[in-house]
Design a protein around this ligand. Structure first.
Ligand SMILES: Nc1ncnc2c1ncn2[C@@H]1O[C@H](COP(=O)(O)OP(=O)(O)OP(=O)(O)O)[C@@H](O)[C@H]1O
Length: 374
């Protein structure tokens, strides 16, 4: 439980059923030993709210400190990526490495098969899960049901993009109790049952970064400045200076002053530490149809849709950002686990480092980091 309304209502719904239930709050950011820019993470308030809700529902709860794991497995690798000019998604790695990784590993799951089969890990994510009909697995030809990650009822709150890197074994244990509800219904339930978190505003972005506008400043306190040229891609001429590749994302206004047109970031040349810009937000250099993903991870490891190996490839849906309409695409397998994703329509502002997630209808199949887009 995070102290937010979604996990509070998840706990409420499970408490109404016949589960032996306990809650865990995870602290993942250490306010004491970092640079002091983490004011947005009011973990004490969150933990207090978790305890208030648990008291109301009569549940035991505990705090688990995973700030070291978060730093080592999510934040530090993300910093290195930002530094190298690419755009990682820490929320996707947090779900894989921390919530459905380190935290899940701490669950008291007994060794016997019955206890393993009957222990679940619930979160307040907007996602759904269904079991596939039994399929033969391995050489033993055992029949086994497999979990599918599905889009939730509330498409506007859909969080399957953020969950698309979790493993099948983690998904096996997962429950998403609010997946069949809309956000207004969740709030309504919280009010009706007088949960102390009923009126809490929705969380926005990564808590320690705070509002989006502060992002560059936030990273600046971890990464030293690394000035380089801003170059007009069409003329090859330098038109300004940047203080580090991480200060810009592809497609963003480069804020170059004194020119006739607004210039937009088309590319980052990591070798030359240069930002390449083009005039206007609709310039053709800002669009692509192709996403190259060198290491795609299927949630059902090694079980991609069979058509992907054919000459025609598989027709699927893709998102390369959380907040975007899913796009029709054709996906072909390249050598050694790489995928070439060809979108039906032109895609704007695709950055290396972003996550490309694939769906077959409502079924989320997995994701990978975009390396290039041509
Ligand atoms: N610090 C935490 N400790 C334990 N679980 C957490 C924590 N942060 C998030 N979660 C779990 O992950 C889910 C999704 O987290 P997210 O940060 O996206 O919050 P959210 O969608 O605003 O949900 P909520 O309203 O429950 O905060 C939460 O509902 C909760 O189950």
């Amino acid at each position: 439980m995070s102290g937010g309304v979604d996990s509070s209502v998840s706990a409420l719904l499970l408490a109404q059923e016949d589960y032996d239930l306990s809650a865990v709050y995870m602290r993942n950011w250490d306010t004491r030993d970092e640079s002091g820019t983490d004011k947005g993470c009011e973990w004490e308030k969150d933990w207090e709210d978790v305890q208030l809700v648990c008291r109301k529902l009569g549940l035991p709860c505990e705090l688990v400190d995973l700030s070291k794991e978060y730093w080592n497995r999510v934040f530090e690798p993300s910093l290195r990526q930002w530094e190298a000019g690419v755009s990682p998604n820490p929320d996707v790695w947090c779900n894989r490495e921390i919530k459905f990784g380190a935290l899940l590993e701490k669950l008291p799951i007994g060794k016997d098969p019955e206890s393993q089969q009957n222990t679940w890990f619930a979160t307040g994510h907007y996602a759904s899960k269904a079991w596939s009909s039994p399929v033969a697995t391995g050489s033993t030809q055992q029949q086994q049901e497999r979990p599918r990650l599905l889009r939730p009822t509330d498409k506007n709150k859909d969080q399957t993009y953020f969950l698309s890197a979790i493993s099948e074994s983690a998904l096996q244990r997962a429950l998403f109790p609010v997946g069949h509800l809309t956000k207004p219904e969740v709030r309504e339930l919280a009010k009706k049952h007088q949960l102390p978190t009923a009126e809490r505003p929705d969380s926005v972005g990564i808590c320690f970064v705070g509002e989006r506008g502060r992002f560059g400043g936030f990273l600046g306190s971890y990464i030293p400045p690394n000035p380089g040229p801003i170059i007009d891609k069409l003329t090859g001429k330098a038109v300004g200076t940047h203080q580090g590749l991480w200060n810009f994302t592809i497609g963003e206004n480069a804020r170059v002053s004194g020119l006739k047109h607004k210039m937009f970031v088309a590319e980052k040349d990591v070798k030359e530490n240069a930002i390449l810009v083009v005039p206007g937000s609709t310039h053709q250099s800002l669009f692509t149809h192709v996403l190259n993903v060198p290491n795609f991870t299927w949630i059902w490891k090694h079980t991609p849709p069979p058509e992907i190996n054919s000459l025609e490839g598989a027709d699927l849906m893709v998102q390369h950002r959380y907040r975007m309409e899913p796009q029709k695409c054709n996906v072909k397998r390249m050598p050694v686990g790489a995928l070439r994703i060809e979108c039906e329509g032109p895609q704007q502002s695709v950055s290396p480092g972003q996550i490309a997630t694939l769906w077959d209808g409502d079924w989320c199949l997995g994701c990978g980091v975009i390396e290039s887009s041509s």
